[in-house]
Every structure is written in C-alpha cells, then in structure tokens.
Design a protein around this ligand. Structure first.
Ligand code: G6Q
Length: 567
C-alpha cells in the first residue's frame, strides 16, 4: 500500500520536528530563506489577489508574508500531519483538550445560538449559557434605564470593573473598542492592579451613591482582585455611611459561588461561568458584563454573533481558505522556521489601543510553553513575544527598528474602511499610512533607488531599506460589535492552531504560579516587626532589607524638594 510520507505518524512521544512534513518544511525554509518579496511579486502578478482569504467580514491579505505556493502547501501538509482537523473537532466536541487540567476548553459554546448543542461530559451547556446571558441582559437593561437604583435611590452612572488578567483585559479592550456604541452617560472604569494607585485614581472623582462595582474573578481568590474588592467595600461603606449599602452596589462574576456568598454577595447578584471557560477565553461570558452595561444587550449579542461566525468558519472552512488556520500557520512559519522572535500587532484604529495588551495575554499565556502535551521539552521555538501600539503613533517611535533594524519582526496590521469618527481628512490619511508601512516593509528601497533620488553617496547605505519584512493586513468595513467578536475569535483560534502544530497545551498557565507562591511568602516579611530572618538568595534578601528601611524612612539621605505629592 502506498503511504504518503507526510502522513506517516511519528513514533509515540516523538517531537513534531520528527514528522516528515516538518523536516520537509525545514528544508524548504532553507531553500527560500533568501527569496525576496520583490522577486515573489515580480514573478506573480496575481499574488496580491490570490494570497488572501475572507470570513465574517474580515479580509486577510497575507501576500506580503514570505511564503511561496510550496510553503503554503507544506504548511497545510504539516497541519494535516499534526491532525489539526481532529484537534479542532475534539475542542468543539467538548473533549478535555486542556490536558494538564483535565478540562474542556469550550469558549465556542459561550457564543453559540440557542438552537445549538455543545456537550460537556454529557451535558448540553448552551441552555446554561443563555440563562446567564438573559440574566445579564435583564440586569443591564435595568441599570441602563435607571430601574436599578443605588442604596440612596440614585441611578447608577458609573461602573467599576474589578478583575485582573482574563477577568480584565478582554472587557477593558472591548469597552474601549466599542465606545461609539456605548452609553456616553455611563462611565466604565477598570481596576486590576494591586497597586493602590489603580483603585484610587479610578474612583477619586466617582460618587459611591451612583457607582456599581463588578467583582470579576473566576476563582474569587485572586490576590489583586480580592484586595481591590475589599477596598471597594470600604470605599462604599465609608461613602454611603452604611455597611448594608454594599449589597446594593456590588455584583460578582464568578464560578465560585461559595466564595461570593462568603464575601456577602447574594446569589441573585452573581453571574456565573464554568470551569470549561479559560480566563483569557472568557470575554463572551459574564466576564463581559461591563461591556454589556456599556453597549447594551443587543450590541453585546451582535459581538457574540461575530465570535460565532468566526467559530463556524474555523470549524468548517477548508484549511487553505480558513483565516485562523492561515494566521496560525503563518505564525508558526515566521516563528519556528524563519526565526522571528516577536509578532507586532499594529491596529490602525485608536479604539483598538488595548488590543495588543489583550493579545499579549491571549497569545503569550497560551503559547508561552516549552514542553509538549506529554511533558517532553520542545526542540523548537514556540509562542512569539506579542507586542504593539496603534498606528500611526508607532511609526514615530519603534518602526525604525522594524524597517532597518537587524531583527525580523513580522507585523499584523489591522484597519477598517469606515471610521466612527469621520473628521474630514483623518481616516484616509490613517489608512494610507498603514498601506505605506506594509509596502515599505515588504519592498524596501534599494541602494540604486536611493542613488537615483540624488542621495549623496555617504548617505546611501543609511537610506537603503532592505525590505523583505513580512506582514499581514486584516481589513474590515468597520469596527462594530460583530467585527470585534470575529476578530477576537480569529486570534483565539489562531493560537489554538499554533499550539496544535507545536504540540503544546494553550489552555493552562502553570508559569504564573511560582511568582504568586513566592509573593505570599515575601509579603509578611516586608512588614514583620524587628529584623525577620530571611531565607532567600542574597539579592532578594538585600532588596527586602532596603525596602524595609526606605518604607520606614530610615534609609538616610535628605528629603528632596518636590518629593511630596499634591494629594
Ligand atoms: C487567564 C488566566 C489569568 C486569570 C487571572 C484572574 O487565562 O487564568 O489571567 O484570568 O489570574 O483569575 P480570576 O478570574 O480567577 O480572578
């Protein structure tokens, strides 16, 4: 029987790099390493039209990635050899794809329409999802139309979301992105950091009588969130003069109803979610309550529809025109085969200014792993460092390195054809800038072109751009709730595709535990009376001693003028 060598499974426990499809791709990468995008475009006038795909209103142009038709075919072959189809189906079937925690990762069920079924351990979770969404909608409508009132009878005008990581970044990003769709007379603020500055600055001009606090924590044990929640309780009690007021001004989003009850939040003020929803994949759950309060239930549901449209595209579209599959495979290509260490995400849209921070968590917490599912070290590079800033601002700061530095920095550019802020002369300039950057990165400017422009010889080398720097463009009509949902789902599933190729678990985050445990040990040492015995390394011990002296004002040294804050 003939067997396609790309499909021969590796021996059990062998790394992905032992796959014939992997070796073929690695050999191909060596062959095309010096191919320039100039040559690729010159040889194929149809490239710009062909290397593109579209779904849920988002057009992905990846013609300026350093790929040939053969690269794409080999990447797709690798996806098949890694059983990407089987892994997608397993995720959608609610299997415990989060292997180290023995859980499903079924965030796609959060945005399923009522008539769909998604099973977790034999139970259809879709009715549970919609029951919470309906309760959220009733509550959001009541707050927004003034029926829900604070302790003193005043309507709610401010919302403070207390949460961190997955319980903060998604809703914070979405509230910012969807500001044109939000109630302008309702302020929504986000408090995440245990640094008191965060809570103090977020609440300093708010009236507790008109403020609703949402404590968002899946576990309801997270140090930062619980510290801020207790501070909020004191702030409300002090401001309203009665501890009973807290019950009227605090709601919770959590999977831990025992802990919310212990905190004093009645069950009907708790919006639940489930352990099959990972924190950084939870934006479509009750974690998005602040977003629903800001934009209203209809816009929130439109955002979920956008998520769902991309989910369905990911589940059903052939890989060769599947946006998350293409995006994930291109990330693997750039990271593992071309040696790029980072991915810059540059939204040419000020409303997406929090998107890079959101994607940092989504991508880096998911794929910042160095062992396979089976616990073996990976012999190849995994998740890239994700970073970015909105354009055009980045052009005036770090783009120099992207164009002429020594590192390869693939970029994702994100843009919309229509702006919610149609000030004359702005939007076309914004988009022209993005297109120009992608063009300059890809094609550069040769020494001959620089000379031909009359540049003095001494400056030719300085003004030459090598080009061949890869980027993708994501273009949609406008940044509306539907498109935002589709965009986020695209990245979620791209991360899953990458993890599948790398054979790592994108749904756990053990790497954040060690620091938390050490902080619990150090915290009492900072305040203990006398000179506590310290058992750390000499650097940590010295820093703890110095901090204690500075904190007590015993470090010596003069008070500098201007060192005291105004308030
Ligand atoms: C996300 C992570 C992490 C988590 C926060 C907050 O995937 O698990 O960022 O969201 O640590 O956790 P809680 O929601 O439990 O407070």
């Amino acid at each position: 029987m003939h067997r396609d060598p790309d499909r021969v499974p590796p021996a059990a426990g062998a790394p992905r790099s032992a796959l014939p499809a992997w070796a073929a791709l690695a050999a191909h990468a060596r062959e095309v390493r010096d191919l320039h995008l100039r040559a690729l475009f010159a040889a194929d006038p149809g490239r710009g039209e062909r290397l593109a795909a579209e779904a849920a209103g988002i057009y992905l142009d990846y013609a300026k990635q350093r790929v040939t038709q053969e690269t794409l075919a080999r990447l797709l072959a690798l996806a098949e050899a890694c059983d990407l189809r089987g892994r997608i189906d397993a995720m959608f079937r609610g299997e415990p794809v989060n292997t180290t925690e023995g859980r499903a990762a079924l965030h796609v069920a959060l945005r399923a329409p009522r008539n769909r079924r998604f099973m977790v351990e034999g139970h259809d979770v879709v009715p549970d999802v919609h029951a919470v969404l309906d309760r959220m909608a009733t509550f959001a409508d009541a707050v927004r139309d003034g029926a829900w009132r604070g302790w003193t009878g005043r309507p709610i005008r401010h919302v403070v979301n207390i949460g961190i990581g997955g319980s903060d970044l998604g809703p914070a990003m979405a509230c910012e992105a969807l500001r044109p769709y939000s109630r302008r007379d309702l302020t929504v603020r986000f408090v995440s950091n245990v640094d008191g500055a965060d809570f103090a600055e977020a609440t300093r001009d708010l009236d507790p009588a008109e403020t609703l606090v949402i404590v968002v924590s899946k576990t309801f044990t997270t140090l930062e969130t619980m510290t801020n929640a207790h501070t909020a309780r004191r702030w409300l009690t002090a401001g309203l003069g009665d501890a009973g007021a807290v019950a009227r001004h605090v709601v919770a989003v959590s999977a831990n109803t025992e802990a919310t009850a212990r905190f004093g939040i009645a069950p009907d003020r708790v919006f639940g979610f489930w352990d099959w929803v990972g924190g950084r994949y939870s934006m479509g759950s009750a974690v998005g309550l602040a977003v629903m309060l800001a934009v209203g239930p209809a816009h929130f549901r439109a955002m979920l529809d956008g998520f769902h449209a991309m989910d369905e595209h990911f589940r059903t579209a052939p890989f060769a025109c599947n946006l998350p599959v293409l995006s994930g495979l291109l990330a693997v290509w750039c990271t593992t085969f071309l040696g790029a260490q980072t991915l810059a995400v540059i939204p040419y849209d000020q409303s997406l200014r929090r998107l890079p921070a959101y994607l940092q968590q989504l991508c880096m917490e998911s794929n910042g792993k160095s062992v396979t599912h089976a616990g073996a070290p990976v012999p190849y590079a995994t998740g890239p460092i994700v970073w970015g800033e909105p354009g055009t601002n980045g052009q005036h700061s770090f783009f120099q390195l992207l164009h002429q530095g020594t590192r390869l920095v693939p970029c994702d550019f994100i843009a919309f054809a229509r702006s919610a802020y149609p000030l004359p002369g702005h939007h076309d300039l914004l988009i022209a800038s993005m297109l120009a950057q992608a063009e300059a990165l890809a094609f550069g400017q040769t020494a001959d072109e620089v000379r031909a422009a009359g540049t003095p010889e001494a400056l030719v080398a300085h003004r030459t751009f090598a080009g061949n720097r890869p980027s993708s463009v994501l273009l949609a009509e406008r940044l509306d709730p539907f498109t935002l949902g589709a965009l986020v789902a695209l990245y979620e599933h791209s991360v899953f595709v990458q993890a599948t190729i790398w054979d790592i678990n994108p749904f756990d985050q053990w790497g954040v535990e060690l620091g938390k445990a050490l902080a619990r040990r150090i915290a009492p040492e900072l305040t203990a009376p006398g000179e506590p015995a310290l058992g750390h390394d000499s650097s940590t011990n010295a820093l703890i001693r110095r901090y204690r002296r500075l904190r007590a004002g015993r470090a010596g040294g003069d008070r500098r003028a201007g060192a005291e804050p105004e308030s």
